[in-house]
Design a binder for this molecule. Structure first.
Ligand code: ATP
Ligand code: MG
Ligand code: MG
Ligand code: MG
Length: 569
């Protein structure tokens, strides 16, 4: 592409509204254009980089077995009413009506739409597992759109949804997406960390956020200085939290569950949605003299693990007063692990619940009777307790819950998230499959998002200097920029043109700055645009010599045209 022909307008001044480098530089480089608050368009160079990221995402999603489809951004309210999110989602949901008053929204995400597809199209276990994805424009009426592409109201997201027959399948699908995300963000040139993102204790997470490390990021993460442990500091907002009022409390039921030992057994036996399964632990506390003086019960959902140290800290119990060790010990003390002792509605006990989890209604718990469990346990009706919400918070310097080394904090940008949904949507919307024996089961789902345009901003955050962007080759709008010092000089023009043609035909993506501008202006623009390789054609052209420079390095080298060509390819 010749710059003299390209629609490009760079800015010398820092735009008023831009506070962070990526926003400033993408505007200054003329890559994005603001329409209204939180709504941006992409100019030629910006759009090329968006497509580069999309291509990386697409390749890795396809390699992981994903199938690309493309759904409408316009979604009928009825589907959202079925899932219960029409009311739950709140003002971020961009709602609209058609001329007949029928309600719609502009999709902030597509769980309902994809669940609707599979409930219509999938009937047999033979069609599972399946992974469908799209790269598509999303709408969220954010309370505070800011930082350009970072938090906008219209943005491009890759969203994928996995469909499996059981939780084992989900675990596998989840891992495949996790690994694909690792490859995608590595290929985009990001320094990032996958962090545990949901409300479960460390080590038992149903969700991870992929966080690009950056000072300007809005997420705060805690990570271990020695092992792999990393988690969000604030508890992840539970986007799937259905308001409690929408769930009706069902009558408490005691059921026989012969042969079940673990919560997984129980979940499988009763065909429970794991997110509806409550793991309850109860342990005995002792006073200084060693007399029993009370009970502590702790509840977590599904397959999450309890972190005893955090629990005890959260409960503010002096360590000497409590006997907790391994599960066997607790088992001995209470007669039941994975359920709770005594009649439901314990006295003198403190209960820790994962309060941000959806509902706290109709959970399953142990009945403190061998081979029995309770169904439809409801917080407030069947048990009470203090709700402690900060089990997960790890302060800087705290011992890592996995290995004990000190924990550090860092800021980062959430560029993607993977989430085990379980059967939340398939239950609500009736997406089932039939097994080998013609028995119906809800399809077990996962969802996986990547902010494509936010990733672009994150790349700029991590790759820039005072003069402009420094694109990693993989997402650069062009690989090479050829700067002609004097386009009116016949020799310079010819050398540059030939080099341009040769590089292009060899497959490089090349910009030729043939504009009739001063060299200073061209060099400034080349730095601002951040094209990884710059080849300058100047006076030396007469002797077949050009200057070669990498955007990320300060030094430049004079070399023969042929050599520069070989280097650039
Ligand atoms: P955040 O915590 O930043 O509000 P989120 O958790 O609400 O993000 P998800 O629902 O997980 O976002 O959406 C998947 C991905 O879409 C996010 O990981 C992020 O990269 C991107 N994304 C979400 N909201 C925005 C936005 N307003 N502008 C640009 N990208 C966004
Ligand atoms: Mg959000
Ligand atoms: Mg988030
Ligand atoms: Mg998220």
């Amino acid at each position: 592409m010749k710059l003299s022909k390209m629609h490009l307008k760079t800015l010398r001044e820092v735009p008023n509204e831009a506070e962070i480098p990526s926003h400033v530089l993408l505007l200054r480089a003329g890559m994005i254009r603001k329409l209204v608050s939180g709504v941006y368009g992409f100019m030629p160079l910006g759009w090329r980089s968006v497509r580069k990221i999309e291509d990386i995402v697409r390749q890795e999603m396809d390699a992981a077995g994903g199938q690309e489809i493309h759904m409408s951004a316009v979604q009928p309210a009825e589907l959202w009413q079925e899932s219960g999110r029409w009311n739950a989602y709140g003002p971020e949901l961009w709602r609209l009506k058609d001329r007949n008053g029928r309600e719609f929204c502009l999709g902030p995400t597509h769980e309902e739409i994809f669940t609707d597809i599979v409930r219509n199209d999938i009937s047999s276990y033979r069609q599972l597992p399946m992974n469908l994805y799209q790269i598509q424009t999303k709408y969220r009426d954010e309370a505070r759109p800011r930082f350009g592409l970072m938090r906008s109201r219209e943005f491009i997201m890759k969203d994928a949804y996995s469909f499996d027959r059981d939780y084992e399948g989900l675990d596998k699908s989840y891992q495949e997406m996790y690994d694909a995300y690792d490859k995608i963000f590595t290929r985009c040139g990001l320094t990032f960390r996958p962090v545990e993102a949901d409300t479960g204790a460390i080590g038992g997470s149903n969700s991870h956020e992929f966080t690009a490390i950056s000072e300007v990021g809005e997420s705060e993460i805690a990570y271990c200085t020695s092992c792999d442990m990393a988690a969000t500091v604030e508890r992840a907002e539970c986007k799937d939290a259905a308001p409690q009022t929408e769930v009706e409390a069902l009558p408490l039921e005691e059921v026989e569950t012969p042969g079940t030992k673990t919560i997984e057994d129980v979940a499988a036996f009763l065909k429970l949605d794991k997110t509806q399964t409550m793991k309850a632990l109860l342990f005995v506390t002792y006073d200084m003299e060693g007399n029993e003086n009370g009970y502590v019960a702790a509840f977590v959902r599904g397959d999450r693990e309890l972190n005893m140290t955090k629990l005890v800290n959260a409960l503010d119990i002096p360590e000497h007063a409590i006997e907790f060790a391994d599960e066997d010990k607790m088992s001995a003390a209470t007669g039941c692990v994975g359920g709770f002792t005594g009649p439901v509605g314990l006295h003198d006990c403190k209960i820790v619940v994962d309060s941000e989890l959806p509902g706290l209604k109709n959970l399953c718990a142990g009945a403190c009777k061998e081979d029995h469990h309770l169904l439809n346990v409801n917080y407030g009706r069947d048990y009470e307790g203090d709700i402690v919400t900060d089990i997960k918070t790890l302060a800087e310097g705290d011992p890592c819950p996995v290995c004990g080394a000190p924990v550090k904090h860092a800021r980062g940008i959430e560029v993607g998230q993977v989430f085990k949904l379980g059967t939340k949507y398939s239950d609500a919307m009736g997406a089932v499959y039939k097994d080998e024996n013609m028995q119906s089961h809800p399809i077990v789902m996962g969802c996986y998002g990547i902010g494509v345009t936010r990733t672009l901003a994150a790349v700029v955050e991590q790759h820039h200097d005072d003069n402009g962007i420094i694109w990693p080759m993989s997402v650069a709008p062009y690989h090479v920029i050829i700067t002609v010092m004097k386009p009116d000089d016949e020799i310079q023009a010819k050398v540059a043109e030939d080099l341009y043609e040769d590089l292009c035909s060899a497959g490089a993506e090349v910009l030729l700055d043939d504009r009739k501008e001063r060299p200073g202006v061209k060099f400034k623009d080349a730095d601002l645009l951040g094209i990884p390789i710059r080849i300058t054609v100047g006076r030396g052209a007469a002797d077949g010599v050009v200057e070669y420079k990498m955007r990320r390095d300060a030094d430049k080298t004079e070399m023969a045209v042929e050599e520069s060509k070989a280097l650039a390819l």
